[in-house]
Each structure stands twice: as C-alpha cells, then as structure tokens.
Design a protein around this ligand. Structure first.
Ligand SMILES: Cc1cc2nc3c(=O)[nH]c(=O)nc-3n(C[C@H](O)[C@H](O)[C@H](O)COP(=O)(O)O)c2cc1C
Length: 211
C-alpha cells in the first residue's frame, strides 16, 4: 500500500499510511476486530479512519458480545486506540468522503451483500459507500472482504461490477493449511493475507513452505 503524500507534497496529511476501515453487517466481526488490532500495532500506519455501519452493531453484539457504538474501538481493540478515529456512517461530511483527503486506500471487512450492492452501484448514500466510491474514483486500493453463502446472481453481478470498477473482491474464506486452533487465529491469519495484499506484510504471518 502506497503511503499518503507528505505534507510538503499535498499540503496536508501525514507521511505514513492512512487508510479507511469499515465493518458492515455481515457475519465475521472477529475478522474486523483483528484488522483493527493489526493496524493499531503497525508502526507504518499513521492513521485509521474507522466506520461501523448501523447494522454491523447488531452482528458485533451477537458474535463478540460487544454492544453499542460508544467506546466501540476500545472494546474491539482491547486498549485505548492511539491512531484509530471512529466516524458515524451517517457523517457524509467526514474527511474520507472527499477525494481531497489523503488516503492510502480502504478495506471493508466483513462486507455485507447490502454494502457491496451500494458500492457496486455507486449509491454513495452512507459514509462507507461514499468513501468507497471516492476510493474507486481516485484509483486507490479498495478491498471488499465479502461474506455470504450461497451467492445469488445479484451478489455475483455486484462483485463483477465492483471488480470492474477497480475493487479487489477478497472473500472471507480463511485458510486451513496453517491448522488454526481457534477462530481468533483463523481471523488473524486471514487479516495477514489482506494486509499483505495491500503492501503491509505482517510479522507472524503464516507462509506456506517456509517451515
Ligand atoms: C447475525 C447476522 C449475520 C448476518 N450475516 C450476514 C452475512 O454473512 N452476509 C450478509 O450479506 N448479510 C448478513 N446479515 C444481514 C445484514 O446485516 C443486513 O443485510 C444489513 O442490512 C446489512 O447492512 P450494512 O451493509 O449497512 O451493514 C446478517 C445479519 C445478522 C443479524
């Protein structure tokens, strides 16, 4: 993942990686949790703009036992975040809603079929959909970690539309060849793959054939 421009080049913004992370209402909140943890711990990352969709809160409560929007990042990360800023999904005036805001890209993990549809069809009707729209128009990396099964034709068409517009469709399909013992390890290794894909290879990532 390329760095955002240095202040001297862009007139604003830090020199390190600054990216947007969204969690939406698909199953797999544990994957979003481990993504936030990895980015919070990564010294190359300067700032993370985080948006949780309204419907993700229900899934996060069901799957992780974490409820409410207040203090959500701290509850997900397990400590007071130093670099993660949370925005409301209704706040379409947030910086990340504009292409003028420096950004290294955006990851949606997990990405529901509803959010996929909004992004693939350019609805830009929430901060998540608008930030993704901006990411595509600025030709920055957009990774959609979609999760649904089975997939209907609408899902498949929307994935094609998003991919044709420049997004990477990165389904939440964890690996088993590293023999994960629990869902945390499964999620952690999946997040390593996502971050490696955007140029943020992680120490501790399982690499096949490197035993
Ligand atoms: C426990 C739970 C699990 C869900 N899992 C999925 C899922 O895996 N994929 C999906 O597309 N929608 C799933 N949904 C439905 C979405 O939350 C729903 O379509 C919602 O409108 C998505 O809104 P959002 O994209 O704004 O977050 C789930 C809902 C609940 C309550």
């Amino acid at each position: 993942m390329r760095q955002t421009k240095k202040p001297s080049e862009s007139g604003s913004g830090p020199g390190g990686v600054e990216l947007t992370v969204a969690i939406t209402g698909a199953s797999g909140a544990v994957f979003g949790r481990w993504l936030l943890r990895a980015l919070e711990a990564d010294e190359r990352v300067e700032r993370v703009h985080f948006v949780a969709s309204e419907n993700s809160l229900r899934v996060i409560a069901e799957e992780l036992g974490v409820s409410g929007r207040s203090g959500l990042v701290e509850k997900l990360v397990g400590a007071k975040p130093k670099k993660i800023i949370q925005h409301a999904d209704a706040d379409i005036g947030a910086g990340i809603a504009s292409g003028s805001h420096p950004s290294s890209g955006m990851i949606v993990l997990p990405c529901s079929m509803g959010t996929l549809a909004a992004i693939a069809n350019g609805l830009a009707n929430s901060l998540i959909a608008r930030a993704a729209d901006v990411t595509l128009k600025e030709r920055r990396p957009l990774v959609l970690c979609v999760r649904e099964t089975p997939l209907n034709r609408i899902h498949l068409r929307n994935m094609t539309l998003a991919a044709e517009a420049g997004a990477t469709i990165f389904p939440v399909i964890p690996a088993f060849y590293n023999k994960p013992l629990d869902s945390d390890e499964m999620a952690r290794q999946f997040v390593c793959r996502v971050l490696a894909h955007v140029g943020l290879a992680q120490a501790g990532a399982y690499v096949w054939g490197e035993d």
